[in-house]
Design a protein around this ligand. Structure first.
Ligand code: ADP
Ligand code: MG
Length: 377
């Protein structure tokens, strides 16, 4: 019965890929807050279509500019509304898929709110870990799962382990010695989640480590990428078949253009590193979406680290965060142009790759083999 369920899920997945591709771009507009101030600068500059939830309009310098994404969340959308849309993506890790969810946008646009959220209104990170934990617990079958978590930060192209004993240490990305071609980061801690309480511990610990390493957490977090990496490993005791799925949840550094206003020294260096890694991410997603032969993963630590989770049959969601106020429209315009660029490639009615994928799933339906991405044990 469980095998049938897996086959059905795989079929649904293939259908989705066939229709929409592996890369989705969502937008989320935050509400206007007290911090936006008052007067014309804090006036609303974003409007929506009542009959099309994929469209957003920005009033920039008196002109209306419209954008079409895969979906747009207006300011009144709740954390639960957002999570509902990404839930299926998240649980596909249990079937062995790799998934990346990025929050992109200028500082103050709501990236951390979407990913981390607040204690009263937790974001995707906590909801995802909770959901995965309860899903694998509730499964009555021959399959056993373990869930492990890593928390890392990339600052000035250096990777740090936020769950480790030496969070100052810079880590490197290496090829697995087993010849599988997979990448890994020697020294990056993996914490096994065995109870619901462990979930809170992971977040607390990661936070403490991040905060003690810098004088101003807010400033620091806007200039570094924060990664929560959840790995779900499954083993079927009756057949020995193993699966591994990875969920990468990334709160990106602020996308605002800093270098232009005469920044110097360390500020300029930070800005250059951020610019380099965000452009590299855009280039990689664009190359993947347009199915180019060469994908420039190695142009930044971020894309290199996530290479396994961005390529192959992995799934990617870019959540572009938008500030609704007048004074931010220049940056908002840049963010939305980035969003359009990464999703602008026409996939055509049925892409060749997706065609091949759905073919193999048809075959699997006929054979008594589990159709998930299996690795021989
Ligand atoms: P970023 O991480 O992009 O710099 P934050 O997530 O810190 O931005 O958001 C800036 C401020 O706006 C925070 O005070 C946050 O709580 C608030 N905020 C952002 N998005 C929302 C939202 N969807 N609903 C309510 N408040 C939000
Ligand atoms: Mg933030």
């Amino acid at each position: 019965k469980y095998r049938r369920e897996l086959q059905l899920r795989k079929k649904c997945h293939n259908e989705l890929v066939r229709l929409k591709g592996n890369i989705r771009v969502f937008g989320r507009v935050r509400p206007i807050t007290k911090e936006d101030g008052e007067g014309p600068e804090a006036a609303n500059a974003v409007t929506f279509d009542s009959d099309d939830d994929a469209v957003l309009h920005l009033i920039h310098k008196g002109k209306l500019v419209s954008f079409e994404l895969d979906k747009v969340f207006p300011p009144q959308a709740t954390q639960q509304d957002v999570f509902q849309e990404v839930q299926a993506l998240i649980t596909s890790c249990i079937d062995g898929y790799n998934v990346c969810i990025f929050a992109y946008g200028q500082t103050g646009a709501g990236k951390t709110y979407t990913m981390e959220g607040t204690p009263e209104n937790p974001g995707i990170n906590q909801r995802a870990l909770q959901l995965l934990f309860s899903e694998v617990q509730g499964k009555a079958s021959d399959w056993d799962y373990t869930i492990t978590v890593s928390v890392a930060e990339i600052y000035n192209e250096a990777i740090r382990d936020l769950l480790g004993k030496e969070p100052q240490e810079k880590l490197e990305i290496k090829l697995c010695p087993d010849g599988s071609g997979q990448l890994y980061v020697p020294g990056l801690s993996e914490f096994q989640v065995q109870s619901a309480e462990d979930i809170n511990k992971v977040f607390e610990f990661g936070h403490i480590n991040r905060a003690t390493e810098c004088t101003n957490l807010n400033e620091h977090s806007s200039r570094s990428h924060a990664l929560l990496i959840i790995t779900v490993r499954g083993v079927d005791h009756s057949t020995g078949i193993r699966t591994t799925g990875k969920l990468n949840l990334v709160d990106l550094a602020g996308s605002e253009r800093v270098g232009r206003s005469g920044a110097e020294g360390s500020r300029l260096r930070e800005a250059q590193y951020i610019n380099k890694s965000l452009s590299a991410l855009g280039d990689v997603i664009y190359a993947l979406r347009s199915r180019q032969g060469h994908v420039p993963f190695r142009n930044s630590k971020l894309t290199y680290l996530l290479q396994d989770s961005l390529s192959g049959d992995s799934k990617t969601l870019m959540m572009v965060q938008v500030s609704p106020v007048e004074k931010n429209t220049s940056e908002t315009l840049c963010s939305l142009k980035f969003a359009e660029r990464v999703r602008s490639v026409e996939l055509g009615p049925v892409s060749r790759r997706a065609e091949l994928v759905s073919w193999s799933s048809q075959e699997h339906l006929e054979t008594p083999q589990p159709s998930i991405r299996a690795q021989s044990s």
